[in-house]
Design a protein around this ligand. Structure first.
Ligand SMILES: [Zn+2]
Ligand SMILES: [Zn+2]
Length: 258
């Protein structure tokens, strides 16, 4: 079984001390490929260093909606420079987050649109972050001509799900799926997500799945197999087939070799 981690932040400072061990553990649990999602200019730079030093680690460049108020045209120019590297396979995270509102809505929307434009110029797929936007995110991306992307850590409703699927977007499934109460809605919706549209992600160091969350606060890519197992369980399908299909989906989206 091989698994493609479609979204993690192993460039986070919580991994500073033992990153090599974390990557080793991921590889030995079947997680052979990883995508580090960008959130700020500095973390994108650090992600690039990690990707240059390790095989089958790829990165995206982008400014998270939380950090939108810090974004400028100069930031975008610097991200474009980083994107000249072969390890860069996507643009993101970009999107909207009205749950925390760390940046004002108008800044979030402005830089979402600007980043969609840049992704399109560079022909990169988008990694979208959406939380509690009450359909505003959907309204915006519907009006744009999105060619390819993933809605990572999907937390929307049925209507949003089918709208994303209609646009040809992939759906990122996290360890929330394994959590008893919080994962209820997602487990129900998963039944209606076609297998060829599913990606898996830990979003580590956040969102530690069950049962690991009883033991450790910090999530890491080696915990991905429990998410794939849960998907196989809900879809009543063979875990090896499921993980291989999801692997291929991820390669198709990020245009990495298979
Ligand atoms: Zn996110
Ligand atoms: Zn993330």
């Amino acid at each position: 079984m091989r698994i493609f981690e479609s979204h993690c932040h192993i460039n986070d400072k919580s991994f500073n001390k033992d990153l090599d061990k974390v990557i080793e553990r991921a590889n030995s649990s079947g997680v052979s490929h990883m995508m580090i999602a960008g959130v700020t200019l500095d973390t994108c730079k650090k992600a690039l260093e990690i990707a240059k030093a390790n095989k089958n680690i790829f990165i995206s460049v982008g400014i998270h909606p939380h950090d939108a108020s810090e974004c400028s045209e100069e930031t975008i120019d610097q991200l474009k420079k980083i994107a000249e590297n072969n390890e860069v396979k996507a643009w993101g995270e970009t999107g909207l987050d009205f749950n925390r509102m760390y940046s004002p809505q108008k800044d979030q929307e402005k830089w979402l649109l600007r980043q969609i434009e840049e992704a399109s110029n560079l022909d990169l797929p988008l990694i979208f972050h959406e939380r509690d936007t009450n359909k505003r995110f959907l309204e915006i991306i519907r009006a744009e001509n999105i060619k390819s992307g993933v809605v990572h850590c999907f937390s929307g409703d049925r209507d949003e799900l089918f709208s994303y699927l209609d646009m040809g977007l992939y759906i990122g499934i996290t360890g929330v799926l394994t959590i008893q109460k919080r994962g209820e809605k997602l487990r129900e919706l998963l039944k209606d997500i076609p297998l060829d549209k599913i990606l898996v992600e830990t979003d580590s160091p956040y969102l530690t799945p069950a049962p690991q969350k009883n033991k450790t606060n910090r999530n890491e890519p080696s915990f991905l197999p429990v998410i794939v197992e849960k998907i196989a369980d809900i879809k009543k399908a063979d875990i090896n087939e499921i993980s291989e299909t999801i692997f291929q989906n991820t390669c198709s989206l990020f245009k990495t070799g298979k």
